[in-house]
Design a protein around this ligand. Structure first.
Ligand SMILES: [Zn+2]
Ligand SMILES: [Zn+2]
Length: 268
């Protein structure tokens, strides 16, 4: 008997397509999955156990695809990155050793998940930090079914403020951010944060730390030991306490390089 598989030419045998939907990237289940013969497209099958009890279980042929697609759609990946489904799409610049190093680390992180610490990518805008973080989570969501959440730091704080002003208890607001297996905080330190905001961030980071949860960070600020010019450090932006926690949770990687967006504009 041949192994039943799913996939067609339309979806490149993946069983789904990724497209933009509003502000977010969206995974759509392909028609070939919706026509799965094993489960008649329902996603679940009736099985019997040894005591002859009948129970419902996920379809062995298409169940995993359906679950991973659902997880991808809950991750909040921005529409701009809808083509970034794996790290393989990241192309380091010629002779940019720091970009290659960051890519290598992210690649190991994905392959060895959950045995490696998260990473914190520092560097100027446009050096590929967000691309690498999204490549890593997309890969572990779509191939391994890991629950991940992407949050822009600035949006994260406004969401928290909004919820708080409506009387939602802090714990409740933070819960999904604490519970997710992998959390990406993009552009940490952006904008002026109040003491209240830093306190909330401190709670979030500490709780994830205590629960041994993996956190990935991108930031335009550099930590003290990488500071080259006279610029504001990450420690100054988020406070020493949060920064030292992050040091324990993440591998700090500094990416050098010209802003590729500027480079593109120059070429044009
Ligand atoms: Zn298909
Ligand atoms: Zn099925």
């Amino acid at each position: 008997m041949t192994k039943k598989t799913i996939g067609c030419d339309n979806c490149y045998r993946m069983g789904y397509m990724i497209e933009k939907k509003g502000d977010l990237s969206f995974a759509r289940i392909c028609d070939c999955v919706l026509r799965c013969r094993e489960c008649n497209g329902s996603g679940s099958v009736l099985s019997k156990n040894e005591k002859a009890y009948i129970y419902i279980s996920n379809c062995k042929v298409c169940g995993v695809i359906r679950r991973n697609v659902k997880l991808y759609n809950l991750a909040g990946i921005p529409a701009k990155y809808y083509t970034v489904l794996q790290l393989g799409t990241f192309r380091p610049k010629a002779k940019n050793e720091s970009q290659e190093h960051a890519l290598r680390y992210a690649d190991h992180f994905v392959k060895k998940y959950p045995d490696m610490r998260g990473f914190l990518l520092m560097g100027k805008a446009g050096v590929g930090k967000t691309h690498l973080a999204i490549g890593a989570i997309s890969e572990i969501i779509l191939e391994r079914g890991i629950r991940c959440l992407f949050k822009d730091f600035f949006h994260l704080l406004s969401e928290l403020k909004e919820a708080y002003s409506q009387g939602t208890p802090e714990n409740e607001v933070l819960l999904p951010l604490i519970e997710t297996e992998v959390l990406v905080i993009d552009e940490l330190g952006k904008g002026r944060s109040s003491d209240w905001e830093l306190n909330i961030l401190d709670q979030l980071i500490s709780k994830r730390y205590n629960a041994s949860k993996i956190t990935l960070i991108t930031t335009n600020y550099v930590s003290k030991e990488y500071m080259k010019e006279d610029q504001e450090t990450l420690e100054a932006r988020v406070g020493d306490r949060i920064a030292s926690r992050l040091h324990e949770m993440c591998e700090f990687i500094y990416i050098e390089g010209q802003d590729h967006r500027k480079a593109l504009r120059k070429k044009a």
